[in-house]
Design a protein around this ligand. Structure first.
Ligand code: PLP
Length: 383
């Protein structure tokens, strides 16, 4: 039957718990959030319509939009001189949209730390003079290039850094302070795969963008945070719907924004806010939890003789943990057994192989503990 073919690889009618989903993106969403969305699917707050059916210019949706925007600003402590734009096109579209808006067709410096920054560099080269100021390719992208080695151009219009390389599992743990490195160029960060997992020092940032499908919600929404003074220099080839100034002037409603994605993002922002503990904000509480989750998982991998992670410890991502079996002929068996245990989507990215556990904000500590027990058990049976 067709419905069965389209079903999940993991199916156990007896199961009492939701499986843990380690997908790199689109990724797991807190069950409470999904349940609330389900409850409101056909009638949002008694207005007689579901969110998908509302005009983006009506008072109901405007209130959803304003709520999401102000929560996002609050959670990440984004100063008032930054605009928050809700756009479409995903991270890959931003690879073109950023240079179309900020490069003035001049020089741009790229820090290559993995597949995503490489993609950004190649796409930007269509619109500007893209240059590699530093690269950790020779290490197999197992390091984050040390800022002391960056060769920045004095003419760069901006410096692009991917602060979490989702495929290689490399994270930039401290944002570089470009000013102290002798350049006035703004820092552009692709923080798609760790947005809201940690705080951001906005004094070091000119623009940040993130596709939603990792830590924010469903695919289709892209959030751009841009310092006001960087607006207004788009190349003439830039589509109006992708001109940051046009989008900002119209409160992200120049075209119809991804309304349902914005609504879901708002629910997730509320969930994040609720994660706060007595003395800290939601993001700080998650940051602490994320550090613990990652520490436990890396410790288990490092302690094992069968599993390994090649990334230099100081550059290891708290969000995406690639790991490899000593005997790759057991990869398929590993995936099968993991699925049976309710540990889903652990297959690594096709470009690097092996496994990858993405442990975003919505992955509870229990999910990481279940994965660690499974790793130990698999090793004892099959190593
Ligand atoms: C997922 C991701 C993107 C976005 O990819 P799209 O498919 O275009 O949404 C961009 N950058 C990074 C670092 C990512 O992890």
């Amino acid at each position: 039957m067709r419905s069965q073919q389209r079903g999940c690889a993991f199916f156990n009618s007896q199961r009492l718990m939701r499986p843990f989903n380690f997908s790199a993106g689109p990724a797991t969403i807190p069950l409470e959030v999904l349940n609330q969305a389900a409850k409101e699917m056909s009638d949002w707050h008694g207005c007689g319509m579901g969110v998908m059916e509302m005009s983006h210019r009506g008072k109901e949706f405007i209130s959803i939009y304003e709520h999401a925007e102000s929560l996002f600003r609050e959670l990440l402590s984004i100063p008032e001189h930054f605009k928050i734009l809700f756009m479409q096109g995903g991270g890959l579209a931003e690879n073109a949209i950023v240079p179309m808006n900020l490069s003035r067709a001049g020089e741009v410096d790229f820090i290559l730390s993995g597949s995503w920054s490489e993609k950004s560099f190649k796409e930007a080269a269509r619109y500007c003079s893209a240059q590699i100021a530093a690269s950790s390719q020779s290490s197999g992208f197992h390091e984050f290039p040390d800022p002391s080695t960056w060769q920045l151009s004095s003419k760069a219009q901006y410096v692009h850094v991917c602060t979490n390389e989702t495929i290689h599992g490399v994270e930039c743990n401290t944002l570089p302070d470009l000013k102290s490195m002798g350049t006035e160029a703004p820092l552009v960060i692709d923080f798609s795969s760790h947005v809201l997992s940690r705080t951001v020092d906005w004094s070091k940032v000119g623009l940040a963008f993130a596709g939603a499908q990792k830590n924010i919600g469903p695919a289709g929404l892209t959030i751009v945070v841009v310092r006001e003074d960087l607006l207004g220099h788009a190349l003439s080839v830039c589509p109006s719907a992708f001109n940051y100034q046009t989008v900002a002037k119209n409160q992200s409603m120049y075209n119809t924004p991804p309304t349902y994605g914005i609504y879901m993002a708002g629910l997730i922002f509320e969930w994040i806010k609720q994660q706060r503990e007595d003395d800290s904000t939601g993001v700080l509480a998650l940051q602490k939890r994320n550090a613990l989750k990652a520490k436990l998982l890396y410790e288990a991998i490092d302690a094992s003789a069968f599993f390994s992670n090649p990334v230099s410890p100081k550059a290891r991502s708290l969000m995406n943990v690639p790991f490899f079996l000593k005997d790759p002929s057991k990869d398929a068996l590993f995936i099968q057994r993991a699925n049976e245990r309710g540990l889903l989507q652990l297959k690594g990215h096709k470009s690097v192989g092996g496994m990858r556990a993405s442990i975003y904000n919505a992955m509870p500590l229990e999910g990481v503990q279940a994965l660690i027990s499974f790793l130990k058990e698999f090793e004892s049976h099959f190593a």
